[in-house]
Design a protein around this ligand. Structure first.
Ligand code: GRF
Length: 210
């Protein structure tokens, strides 16, 4: 059973999707703690309701970033975390965590990386850019996290068609629905030790498209 730490900042729908698959017994893992910069977000409410330990790690609590980073790593080490999931975490993950947990941190992005990623490409901005550049397809990406924003090796992507009539909001809603399938699928594979690195690229063993 893998021990999972989830980092959140927003509504928490991806976190909830992963949690649901765990409760249903589809993922061999346990969410043992949730970290957030935002104590008032939907994700934190869900963690409270489900008695998952919460850690708020914003500048108000930790004026000293170094102290915060040390605390974060120590907390993860003490809890023997196997996997970190960034589920709508709007802050850069501290470098000490990124280094220590190489190939053990997953992020979900609401676009088809490497396009429409990096600084400034978050939330509706991704969907606006996709529509404004006339793309016919978009989707979601789960990748390992490295030191650069939205840059780490891509594990899995799922695509959706972009309709003529799409607004950033309608596209966002369709992509988010896809994210709720994609993210738990990758977490499941990780928890079953089915994600391996081959020629510096992640590969999911026995992966079945459907
Ligand atoms: C998702 O679109 C995710 O791709 C992005 O932030 C959003 C989080 O949504 N990184 P939620 O908090 O999981 O509902």
């Amino acid at each position: 059973m893998k021990k999972i730490a989830v980092f959140v900042s927003g509504g928490g729908s991806n976190f909830i999707a992963i949690h649901r698959q765990i409760i249903q017994g589809n993922i061999l893992g346990k969410i043992v703690m949730v970290f957030s910069n935002n104590p008032n977000c939907g994700a934190i409410k869900f963690a409270e309701e489900n008695s998952i330990p919460i850690f708020i790690i914003n500048a108000a609590r930790y004026p000293n970033a170094h102290t915060r980073d040390e605390f974060l790593l120590e907390t993860c080490l003490k809890a023997e975390i196997d996997l970190i999931c960034l589920a709508g975490f709007m802050k850069m993950l501290p470098q000490n965590i990124v280094k220590h947990y190489e190939y053990r941190i997953l992020n979900i992005h609401p676009g088809l990386l490497p396009e429409f990623g990096g600084k400034g490409f978050y939330g509706t901005r991704v969907h606006e850019a996709v529509i404004n550049t006339g793309k016919r397809e978009s989707g979601a990406t789960v990748h390992f996290v490295d030191e650069i924003y939205d840059h780490g090796p891509i594990i899995l992507q799922k695509k959706v068609e972009v309709m003529e009539t799409d607004t950033p909001e309608s596209l966002a809603a369709r992509v988010l629905k896809l994210e709720h399938e994609l993210f738990p699928e990758v977490v499941k594979a990780f928890c079953e030790n089915k994600i391996i690195m081959e020629n510096n690229k992640p590969k999911i063993l026995e992966y079945n498209e459907n």
